[in-house]
Design a binder for this molecule. Structure first.
Ligand SMILES: [Zn+2]
Ligand SMILES: [Zn+2]
Length: 405
């Protein structure tokens, strides 16, 4: 049971008044970002836009290494040893050609904010400006605008640059186009999958298509390899543990009658537990070794870093649910949902401190669901004010916790 802190209502009144002031600017900020998307590791203009908004409001901040990403200074709690909470948004867009006809569609050919990171950034900017203007609160806070979420490197890089120093917990939103605007989904436990990407290079010996016996055929080897991976991985996994392996790319050869030297496969393993992912990786390695022997080819699998899954802290999730219910009403807060096998680098903060990622409904009434990462993705902008206010309210709720030791 969390006891209401006498100053919470006062904090909330002041923050709400400031959020009211900023609400009219949220759509313009989001549209500016939507029109000017930048790919992972190239978020220079986005960073300087965020920094300009912060500087204009005299919010202390520093740019992350390479001028990609912004971290605000910690605004300490009014209380001595009060908790400090980080709020996080991501800045990057995707290599997708936008098909929306809206006036604010992307001006960058082949680049699009199709994962809602423009909305995340606008909402965090709004919350940051409102919290700053509200003055010191019961809870200390800092905002983190990170680059390279889609590439899976940004969060880890900012953690290494000290973004979590002095911070005890972290909150973030991801937009959810399947959820109606006005609703949020907050669940404890696994939210996203452990993600292990891999590349397999198969080297044989090319030759004439009519004389395969004089070659070592990497395409035949790859065909068998894919079939065996798709059979061996699920058959060697406890069916009670969710797991999927997908080969999403196969590249080899040029023409009908030439057996090439090399084939390359790219794939990903998704699960909800590190042990499950590790076991699947070992199965892939064994299948590669066995297939190599059978086909006399060289088969070399290379695995990227295992990106952990986002696991929401139960206590923080309960506080966020309480804040959301007070703001939106009980029926608009979904608290049970199956996790996604997608990946999200918010997990890299959670390796250091507990946190909670909330999902924000962005589907307009009567509108079709436009999935994330598609050329027609868009949001109902009414969600921006809801997300901004809830981010601030959840932060204040976390300030009700006893002082950090
Ligand atoms: Zn994405
Ligand atoms: Zn995303």
């Amino acid at each position: 049971m969390f006891m209401a802190h006498p100053s919470l209502d006062d904090d909330r009144r002041r923050v709400d008044a400031e959020v009211d002031q900023i609400t009219g600017r949220l759509s313009a900020m989001r549209r500016h970002l939507h029109e000017n998307p930048e790919l992972s590791s190239r978020e220079f203009a986005t960073t300087s836009y965020v920094a300009r908004q912060l500087a204009g409001a005299k919010v202390n901040h520093r740019l992350a290494r390479g001028k990609r990403g912004v971290v605000t200074a910690i605004t300490p709690s009014r209380r001595s040893r009060g908790p400090v909470v980080a709020l996080r948004a991501d800045l990057d867009a995707l290599p997708i050609v936008e098909e929306n006809k809206a006036a604010y569609r992307s001006r960058q050919p082949g680049v699009m904010h199709a994962c809602g990171h423009d909305a995340h950034t606008a909402m965090l900017l709004g919350a940051t400006l409102a919290l700053h203007r509200a003055g010191p609160l019961e809870v200390g806070w800092r905002s983190i605008f990170q680059p390279e979420e889609e590439a899976g490197h940004g969060a880890r890089s900012l953690v290494r640059q000290g973004a979590l120093e002095g911070v005890q917990s972290i909150l973030a939103f991801h937009v959810d186009p399947t959820l109606p605007v006005g609703q949020v989904c907050i669940t404890a436990g696994p939210q996203t999958a452990f993600c292990q990407d891999f590349t397999i290079t198969l080297r044989g010996q090319g030759g004439h298509g009519a004389r395969p016996h004089l070659t070592i055929d990497p395409i035949a080897t790859a065909a068998q390899l894919i079939t065996t991976i798709y059979q061996a991985v699920p058959r060697q996994n406890d069916p009670r543990d969710p797991l999927v392996v997908t080969i999403g790319s196969i590249q080899s050869g040029q023409t009908n009658n030439v057996i090439p030297d090399v084939a390359t496969l790219k794939g990903t393993i998704r699960s909800f537990a590190e042990a499950t992912s590790t076991a699947a990786r070992e199965t892939v390695e064994r299948v590669c070794a066995g297939t190599a022997r059978a086909f006399r080819a060289e088969v070399r699998p290379e695995f990227d870093r295992l990106l952990p899954g986002v696991i929401n802290d139960a206590k923080l999730a309960a506080l966020c649910v309480a804040a959301a219910r007070e703001m939106l009403g009980e029926k608009n807060v979904v608290t049970e949902r199956r996790p996604s096998l997608g990946a999200e680098d918010f997990a890299d903060y959670l390796a250091t401190i507990p946190g909670c990622m909330m999902l924000l409904g962005t589907k307009g009434p009567g509108k079709k669901v436009t999935p994330l990462h598609t050329p027609t993705f868009d949001i109902d902008e009414k969600a921006l004010a809801i997300g901004t206010r809830l981010l601030a309210h959840a932060l204040l709720k976390l300030g009700q916790e006893p002082p950090a030791c």
